[in-house]
Design a protein around this ligand. Structure first.
Ligand SMILES: Nc1nc2c(ncn2[C@@H]2O[C@H](COP(=O)(O)OP(=O)(O)O)[C@@H](O)[C@H]2O)c(=O)[nH]1
Ligand SMILES: [Mg+2]
Length: 315
């Protein structure tokens, strides 16, 4: 499987990603084997409310990168994405060409039922694709609540998309979205209200920056706001340029490198949590667990002592 991943064989990749998704026992050996091959790809997360144009932007970015002869992998964490087999027929037809291109690998990720959570699974899946030698890895996630934070943990660069007339003015003030966005895109710039959305967003961002109030470091990243029409490709080259700038910032500046370390810490934390959660599940299946639970129910033991007994016995 590892050899197949290195050779970028679609079947080996599909199997390896399933191993990661299922949290199968061989995941540790697999990730250990490919670790040295990874570290070259630019992992890009795209998040935002349903309908803002994440899939369309993903498709436009694929076209852009392919024209530069860069290979692209897509992890679609949004079940409604045409990349996951969902969505509108017209879009799917437009995106069909990518499915036939050997320089493009597309994989949809189950958005639920991950023992380790979306963050751990997506990060490791991206690592596999990185080891397989893809230049660009695009992760499409629907931005609801926790998932934009999770995609940020998996990506080098997070793009937050908004669109005019979707109540995004209100949405932009959501703390999470302002924090995780390295680049903001106001898509559907062909529609009325795009400039107003930019204005509102700029206002929210400047307020957030005031709150943070650390001294203006010239090396600090300034979150750009770009306008695109993803359906025609307008503004996509500029988005790609901003993505490259952010990547350069990550590797060449002190705050950029600090940010990269923070991400590695988040990755480690996600794996630790996934491992603990898996252990907790194993504990639950135990007959000893049932016996102790019965004692708690009967009042002959309190839950804390029962937990201590259980955990000390399993160490
Ligand atoms: N007018 C206009 N429509 C767009 C644009 N980008 C995407 N769309 C359309 O908006 C709808 C939702 O796009 P989609 O990419 O599926 O959004 P997602 O749910 O965020 O992935 C589709 O019908 C697209 O064709 C744009 O820039 N302008
Ligand atoms: Mg989509």
């Amino acid at each position: 499987m590892v050899a197949g991943v290195r050779e970028r064989q679609p079947r080996a990749l599909a199997r390896a990603i399933s191993v990661v998704e299922d949290g199968a026992p061989e995941v540790r050996a697999l990730m250990q084997a490919v670790a040295a091959d990874a570290g070259h790809a630019h992992v890009i997360g795209l998040t935002g409310s349903p309908g803002v144009g994440k899939s369309t932007t993903t498709s436009a970015l694929i076209t852009h990168y392919r024209s530069q002869d860069l290979s692209v992998a897509v992890l679609a964490c949004d079940p409604t994405s045409p990349f996951s087999g969902g969505a509108i027929l017209g879009d799917r037809v437009r995106m069909q060409e990518h499915f036939l291109d050997p320089g493009v690998y597309i994989r949809s990720m189950a958005s639920r039922g991950h023992l380790g959570g979306l963050s751990a699974t997506t990060t490791q899946a991206a690592r596999l694709l990185d080891a397989a030698g893809f230049d660009i890895i695009l992760i499409e996630t629907v931005g609801v609540g926790q998932s934009e934070v999770e995609v940020a943990a998996a990506a080098d660069t997070t793009v937050v998309l908004l669109a005019p007339g979707m109540g995004d003015g209100i949405q932009a003030t959501k703390a999470g979205i302002l924090e995780v966005g390295d680049i903001f895109v106001v898509n559907k710039a062909d529609r009325d209200g795009a400039h107003e959305t930019v204005r509102e967003l700029r206002h929210s961002l400047s307020l957030a920056a005031d709150v943070r109030a650390h001294p203006a470091d010239p090396d600090e990243w300034t979150q750009p706001i770009l306008l695109t029409v993803a359906s025609t490709g307008q503004g996509i080259a500029e988005l790609a340029e901003a993505l490259t700038s952010h990547r350069t910032w990550l590797t060449t500046t002190e705050p950029g490198q600090a940010r990269a370390s923070l991400r590695a810490a988040a990755e480690l934390e996600a794996v630790v949590l996934a491992t603990l959660r898996a252990r907790a599940h194993a504990v639950r299946d135990d007959a000893r667990f049932a016996a102790l639970a019965a004692q708690v129910a009967a009042g002959s033991r309190d839950a804390y002592t029962a937990a201590e007994v259980l955990l000390s016995e399993r160490d």
